[in-house]
Design a protein around this ligand. Structure first.
Ligand code: ZN
Length: 178
């Protein structure tokens, strides 16, 4: 049976290292955000960025406790304080990396209707928004963590790399058949 969910882009897919483009066309966003939200919930994530579904545009969806929403064209204007916690990522299954973050941020973004906003965020939401904005800038948690942290997940990283290679080989084979 075909599922209606979008494919999740997983490490080491280079889309995760691609800087995503600014959104100027707001028309299709409600539909796209709905699909992204559905996938995020199914995968039990708290955030999902455009390039994690292969959409190379600056959009992310999130949900944490009683807050949820859609953020377009985020730009962090100010970082304050320090926080470091273990972060998971839907594009790095079974891994949690300790990543240094600011504890408070000032972020400029657009709403789904194109309205421009500048707001301060702190705590978990601030960390989450830094994580998702990093995605849209082509940065992965593995790029921000320490060598020692990376070492801890060496085996899983190798498995993910192996699976990605296999997937590519399958695609090449399919092309040969048709
Ligand atoms: Zn992530």
């Amino acid at each position: 049976m075909e599922n209606n969910l979008l494919p999740l882009v997983v490490y080491p897919d280079p889309k995760l290292q691609t800087e995503c483009a600014v959104i100027t066309d707001y028309e299709p966003l409600e539909h796209i955000a709905g699909k992204m939200y559905e996938l995020m919930k199914t995968a039990e994530g708290v955030g999902l960025a455009g390039n994690q579904i292969g959409l190379l545009h600056r959009i992310f969806v999130y949900e944490h406790e009683n807050k949820k929403g859609i953020i377009i064209n985020p730009q962090i204007l100010k970082h304050e304080g320090q926080a470091a916690s273990y972060e998971g990522c839907l594009s790095f299954p079974y891994c949690r990396f300790k990543v240094p973050r600011a504890s408070k941020i000032t972020m400029q973004y657009n709403t789904i209707t194109g309205e421009e906003k500048t707001e301060d965020f702190e705590g978990f939401i601030a960390v989450l928004f830094q994580h998702e904005t990093d995605h849209l800038n082509g940065l992965r948690i593995i790029d921000k963590t320490t060598a020692a942290e990376k070492q801890k997940h060496k085996k899983i990283i190798k498995v993910l790399e192996y699976h990605y290679e296999k997937q590519l080989e399958k695609l090449v084979d399919k092309k040969k058949e048709t």
